[in-house]
Ligand binder design. Structure first.
Ligand code: G3P
Length: 213
C-alpha cells in the first residue's frame, strides 16, 4: 500500500519523506489556505520531494477545470490533478485521460460515485471515510464495498482512502487491499510509535550502561 501525506506543509513532507516511507502528497484548497503560502510554489516544492502530488482544481465548470488541469499538469511531471466528483468533474476526467493528464477524483462518498469516476478515467479515486463516520455512516464499510466491486473488474483506478483520522484507519484500509492511504501529519507520526518500543529501548540502553561500567 502506498502512503501519502495529507498536507500543504512542505516541512512536514520533507520530514516524513526522509523516513523513506512516503509515496506522495495530497493537498486541497483548505490545506493550502491553512498554510498561507503560494499554491504553485507549494506544489513545486513538494514535487521535488515525492513522485505524486495532488493539486486540486477550483473551477466548477468543466471548461475551467480542463484549463486548470492543463496548467497544473504543465508545472511538473509529478502533479496529479484533483477533480471533484461532479458531472462537470466526470467530463474533465474523460478529457484528462485522453490528454494523458493524471487525475485524482476527490469528495467520493458512495460506491456509485466511485464506479462513475473509474469509468470516466480517473487514475485515483478518494473516498472520504472520516467525514462519513462524522455523519454516522460507515466510512471503512464504503472502502470494503468499493474493493469488492473492484475485484470483479479490471479498473486501473487506484483507491485512495482519504479523510483518515487515526492509525487503525490505515491498518484496516491495508487489510482491505486499498491501494493508497492519505494521512494527516499528526496521524502519520503516531504510526511509528508504540509505548512498548519506548520502554524496551530504555531498558536496553540502561542495561548497556551497566555493562560499560
Ligand atoms: O485531502 C482530503 C481529505 O483527506 C480531507 O480530510 O480530515 O478534512 O475530512 P478531512
Amino acid at each position: 500500500m502506498k502512503l501519502f501525506l495529507d498536507t500543504a506543509n512542505v516541512e512536514h513532507v520533507a520530514e516524513v519523506a526522509a523516513w523513506g516511507v512516503l509515496d506522495g502528497v495530497t493537498t486541497n484548497p483548505s490545506l493550502v489556505a491553512k498554510e498561507g503560502h503560494d499554491f504553485k510554489e507549494t506544489v513545486l516544492n513538494m514535487c521535488k520531494l515525492v513522485p505524486c502530488v495532488s493539486a486540486q482544481v477550483t473551477a466548477t465548470e468543466s471548461a475551467g477545470m480542463k484549463k486548470q488541469a492543463d496548467e497544473y499538469s504543465g508545472w511538473h511531471k509529478h502533479v496529479v490533478v484533483k477533480v471533484p466528483m461532479t458531472t462537470e468533474g466526470l467530463k474533465t476526467l474523460k478529457y484528462c485521460r485522453s490528454a494523458g493528464i493524471k487525475t485524482n477524483t476527490t469528495l467520493v462518498f458512495s460506491a456509485a460515485q466511485a464506479i462513475l469516476a473509474a469509468k470516466a478515467g480517473a487514475n485515483i479515486i478518494s473516498p472520504f471515510i472520516g467525514r462519513l463516520d462524522d455523519v454516522g455512516e460507515d466510512g471503512m464499510g464504503l472502502i470494503k464495498e468499493i474493493m469488492e466491486i473492484w475485484s470483479h473488474y479490471h479498473f486501473d483506478t487506484e483507491v485512495l482512502v482519504a479523510s483518515t483520522r487515526h492509525p487503525r484507519h490505515i491498518v484496516d484500509a491495508a487489510a482491505l487491499g486499498a491501494h493508497i492511504c492519505t494521512i494527516p501529519y499528526d496521524v502519520f507520526t503516531k504510526l511509528s510509535k508504540h509505548p512498548l518500543t519506548d520502554i524496551g529501548l530504555k531498558k536496553f540502553l540502561d542495561d548497556w550502561e551497566k555493562v560499560k561500567k
